[in-house]
Design a protein around this ligand. Sequence first.
Ligand code: ADE
Ligand code: ZN
Length: 334
Amino acid sequence: MNQFIAGLPKVELHLHIEGSLEPELMFALAERNQIAIPYRSPEEVRAAYQFHNLQSFLDIYYQGANVLIHEQDFYDLTWAYLLRCKADNVVHTEIFFDPQTHTERGIAFETVVHGIHRALEQGRTELGISSQLILCFLRHLDQDAAFRTLEQAMPHRDKIIGVGLDSSELGHPPEKFKDVFEKALEAGFLTVAHAGEEGPSQNIDNTLDLLGATRVDHGVRCVEDPALVARLIREQVPLTVCPLSNLKLKVFESMRDHNIVELLRKELCVTINSDDPAYFGGYMTDNFQAVADAHPMSREEIAQFTFNAIMASFISEEEKQRLTQLTRNYLESF
Ligand code: ADE
Ligand code: ZN
């Protein structure tokens, strides 16, 4: 099965580009930009990645992003991620970026977008990997800050397909951002949001009803409300689940306890994603492998995660058909 998983075409829908900053690149950028970091080696950085919940991770993750200063840094970060995509047979990826993490430090919005976009374009032409870019508002900041960020995004509508919502879910429910999401929808952005990762299942309903979300990021706590589970099945709302992330942040105690395969078998539109792979110990193939090791599945079931991700992606119908056929051919050839 390992070989089947490695070669399977994959589509990633939940990846924070800042969360793909490997300790080695963090060190190189710290040196290049003369930024002090509180570690002596990449090994020491990795050893510090012991988290007990979402907030304990976020504190270290925002600190890591401080080494990103110049457009070239954002390019290098994104290019390194795309090379990992190529190695894992990721054929399409939709990546999040957190502009406020950078603009709050005085980095221009353009610096961030241009660096990421340049790498994504090169990924398209040189690696054959298609992509989309999604801006995330930080939910621990207020809605006025999100409105200012949306204003900054307006000239870049051609490069940014949607807006999302990330950071600390507890205490910052979706309703706090209702107005800015309404404005983003009016401006033509698609919307997604993290919900039901650490927060209650009510956040998932409210994300759909108040933020107009076409996908829910994580969403694993939906099982606490049978009516919501029925809704997610009926409406085929995609959930971008991140198994290794959930394990590292103690959303589940073990991969055996993870509910993703149970949700797949109930015919929810669940997908597998890596979230912040440099912090959680694995990219796409690692996430698929970890799920399959803990939950024996047929090849058809494993491939269903890719079929679901294709359906849930923000690409044209023709492109969806092409990627579906590619995956079908792979499944049949095995
Ligand atoms: N930002 C980066 N990763 C995140 C996650 N798993 N949940 C919320 N915010 C995040
Ligand atoms: Zn996330």
